[in-house]
Design a protein around this ligand. Structure first.
Ligand code: URA
Ligand code: SF4
Length: 194
């Protein structure tokens, strides 16, 4: 692991910037290729993630991993993390204050890894990346160009897993579009997909 990411992980391990530190077993900093062109950002660690200290290892994570494989991406080629690094009690949504407290770690990860494409899985990730409220049902499928980095807004895999149908088809298309966008020469403004 590159030195800067190790340093960041040490900081997160000691972090008490928000109340979530009280509930964590292990913080979940992130995992994957430090030079990944694709970074996936979820909401928060769940029960399994908290136990293992790894992102996306529970049911939603397995589902996401399978969808990635379906579109030709092995999760080890990506970098996966969450908007907050500690598990909220009973898997409740992180509050705005908690998201704001944890955001600097996420921004630092983006700065170190410099992915070409950021995939925001759900509202919390979109809020932390863009710094504004996102109505995900309206904005899912939008690919933004944020200072040269492509940002795809899409659903959270736990939501897609629950409702399937069109959500699943669209989710797969969003993921495919995001992954392919790393080959686009130029992405002007905003594009909405599916
Ligand atoms: N697992 C994670 O690591 N993050 C999520 O958002 C959901 C499941
Ligand atoms: Fe710190 Fe983030 Fe954990 Fe809150 S969730 S204690 S800000 S690492």
């Amino acid at each position: 692991m590159i030195a800067e990411l190790i340093k960041l992980a040490r900081e997160v391990e000691k972090c008490k910037k928000c109340p979530l530190h009280k509930y964590r077993t292990k913080p979940v900093v992130g995992e994957g290729d430090e030079q990944a062109s694709i970074m996936l950002i979820g909401e928060a660690p769940g029960k399994n993630e908290d136990k293992e200290g790894r992102p996306f290892v529970g049911a939603a994570g397995i589902y996401l991993t399978n969808i990635l494989r379906e579109i030709g991406v092995d999760r080890v080629e990506t970098y996966m993390t969450n908007a907050v690094k500690c598990r909220p009690p009973n898997n409740r949504k992180p509050t705005k204050k908690e998201l704001d407290a944890c955001r600097p770690y996420l921004l630092k990860q983006i700065e170190i890894i410099k992915p070409k494409v950021l995939i925001c899985l759900g509202k919390c990730a979109a809020y932390s990346v863009l710094g504004r409220e996102v109505e995900i049902k309206k904005e899912a499928g939008t690919l933004l160009n944020c200072n040269g980095t492509h940002v795809m807004l899409t659903y959270h895999p736990a939501f897609v897993m629950r409702f399937r149908g069109e959500y699943e088809n669209n989710f797969i298309e969003h993921m495919r579009h995001a992954v392919l966008s790393k080959y686009f020469k130029k992405l002007d403004g905003m594009k909405k997909h599916a």
